[in-house]
Design a protein around this ligand. Sequence first.
Ligand code: AMP
Length: 159
Amino acid sequence: MQKLYNFGPHKLCENQVFYKSKFCIGLVNLKPITPGHVMVIPRRIVPRFAEMTSDEATDMILSAQTIGKVIEKEFDATSLTMAMQDGPQAGQTVPHVHMHIIPRKAGDWANNDDIYDELDGKQAAGVKRVDNDERKPRSIDEMKEEAEKLRPFFNQHED
Ligand code: AMP
C-alpha cells in the first residue's frame, strides 16, 4: 500500500514526493507555472507560517536551500523565485504552509515580476510566461516521472 501525505485537504501519494526530511517533504506541483516548479511543505498540516514549530520552520528553510540548489541546476536555470502566500488574502489557496521553489532564467517572463501575478492565478490579466501554454493539471504519471528524476539528488529521511 502506498503511503499518503497530507497537503491541506489533499492526499498526496508517494509518487509525487521527491524529498523527505525529518519535518518536511518536497513535492512536485499538480499545475506548475514552469517546469521544475516544486514546493516544500511541513509534514504536519499547519495552515500558517507562524504556526510552525521552530524545528519545522528551520527544517523548511534548510530544505528550501537544499532543494533550490538542485532545481536551479537540473532545470538549467540561473536564479530562483522562492515564494510563500501566507493566508487566504495573500493568495494562499491550500491551507497548509507551502514554499514555492521556481527555477528562473533570463527572459522567461516578459516582465520579470509578472511571475507573482501568475502564481496568484491572474493569468487572465494578460500575464503570460513567454513560452507557456495554459496551465492544466498534470497526470500522476507526469508527476511521478519528475519526482523520480529528482529523488536521487537527495538524502531521504525515513517516514
Ligand atoms: P498557492 O496559490 O500559493 O496556495 O499555491 C497552491 C499550489 O498548490 C499551486 O501551485 C497548485 O498548483 C498546487 N497544488 C494544488 N493541489 C495540489 C496537489 N494535489 N498536488 C500538488 N500540487 C498541488
